[in-house]
Write a protein that binds this ligand. Structure first.
Ligand code: DX5
Ligand code: ZN
Length: 244
C-alpha cells in the first residue's frame, strides 16, 4: 500500500529536473527479526518497497537472511521485496530468491566480472534487475551497464552493517547516474542505501536519487511509522515541495 508518496523537483547536479516520485524502502536489517511481520505492518503505510539485506559472511563480514525469510515476508506483505545481495557468486541464488518472491534482485558490481551475464540471468526470471556499487567503486565501473538496469544502487556506507554514517563523497556518483539516466531517457530507479535519515535524505534526492533505503533511522525509532514520515517530510521541506 502506498499512501505517502511525494513528488519533488530535484537537481541532477547539472540541471533542474522534472518532478519524480520518491520511493521509501525501509530496510528490515534494523527490524526485530522475532517480530518481523509486525514490524513490517507498522511501516507499510509509508513504504513503497521493503529492502531485504542478504549477507553471506564473505562478500561482507556479516551474516543475515536468505530466501526462506523472503518467502515468509512475501506471504505477510504486498510490498515489493527489494533484495540487496551482498554475497559472493550471486547468480547461484537468483532462482531461489525469485521463487521466494523477490520483486527486485540487486547484485554487487564488485561480486562479478560479467555484469551483463548477471543482468540477463536475473531478467530471465521475470524479476527486476538492480546493480550496486560500494563506496570505493568508481562510477565508471558501473556506467556501461546502467542503461540495462531497472535499479542502480549507490551505497552510501560500506556494505555490511546498519547504523553507519552517510558518506557524502558518493553524491557525485548519484549525480552522474541521474545525468546518464535522464539523458538516455531510460526508466532506471536510482537508489541510495546507508546512513539515510532526516538529515541526509534531501541531499541524496537533490543529487538525483529517487529510492531511499533507511534501516536504523526507521526501525531504530520509537515509532517507525513516524520516523518514515519525517524522512519524507524532510525531503519535501528541504526541496520546497508538498508531501501528498
Ligand atoms: C548495509 C545495508 C543497508 C542497511 C542500511 O550494508 O545495505 O541496507 O540496512 O542501514 P542504515 O539505514 O542504518 O544505514
Ligand atoms: Zn541494503
Amino acid at each position: 500500500m502506498k499512501t505517502g508518496n511525494c513528488a519533488v523537483s530535484v537537481a541532477s547536479g547539472v540541471e533542474r529536473e522534472k518532478s519524480m516520485e520518491i520511493k521509501l524502502a525501509p530496510s528490515i536489517l534494523s527490524a526485530d527479526f522475532a517480530a518481523l511481520g509486525e514490524d513490517v505492518r507498522h511501516v507499510t503505510p509509508e513504504a513503497d518497497l521493503l529492502h531485504v539485506d542478504v549477507m553471506d559472511g564473505h562478500f561482507v563480514p556479516n551474516l543475515t537472511v536468505g530466501p526462506a525469510v523472503v518467502a515468509s515476508l512475501s506471504k505477510c506483505t504486498d510490498l515489493p521485496l527489494d533484495c540487496h545481495l551482498m554475497i559472493e557468486s550471486p547468480s547461484d541464488y537468483y532462482e531461489q530468491f525469485a521463487e521466494a518472491g523477490a520483486s527486485w534482485i540487486t547484485f554487487h558490481r564488485e561480486a562479478t566480472d560479467d555484469p551483463g551475464a548477471e543482468i540477463e540471468a536475473i531478467r530471465s526470471l521475470g524479476v527486476r534487475v538492480g546493480m550496486s556499487i560500494s563506496p570505493d567503486t568508481p562510477f565508471e565501473e558501473a556506467k556501461p551497464w546502467i542503461r540495462s538496469l531497472d535499479l542502480f544502487l549507490v551505497m552510501s556506507v560500506y556494505p555490511g552493517f546498519a547504523g553507519q554514517r552517510f558518506i557524502e563523497a558518493v553524491l557525485p556518483k548519484i549525480e552522474s547516474a541521474r545525468q546518464l539516466v535522464n539523458e538516455s531517457g531510460v526508466d532506471v530507479d536510482i537508489e541510495v542505501d546507508g546512513g539515510i535519515g532526516e538529515e541526509t535524505a534531501a541531499s541524496a534526492v537533490a543529487a538525483g536519487a529517487n529510492v531511499l533505503v533507511a534501516g536504523s533511522a526507521i526501525f531504530g525509532a520509537s515509532s517507525p511509522l513516524e520516523a518514515a514520515r519525517r524522512i519524507r517530510n524532510a525531503v519535501s521541506e528541504l526541496l520546497g515541495t508538498d508531501n501528498d
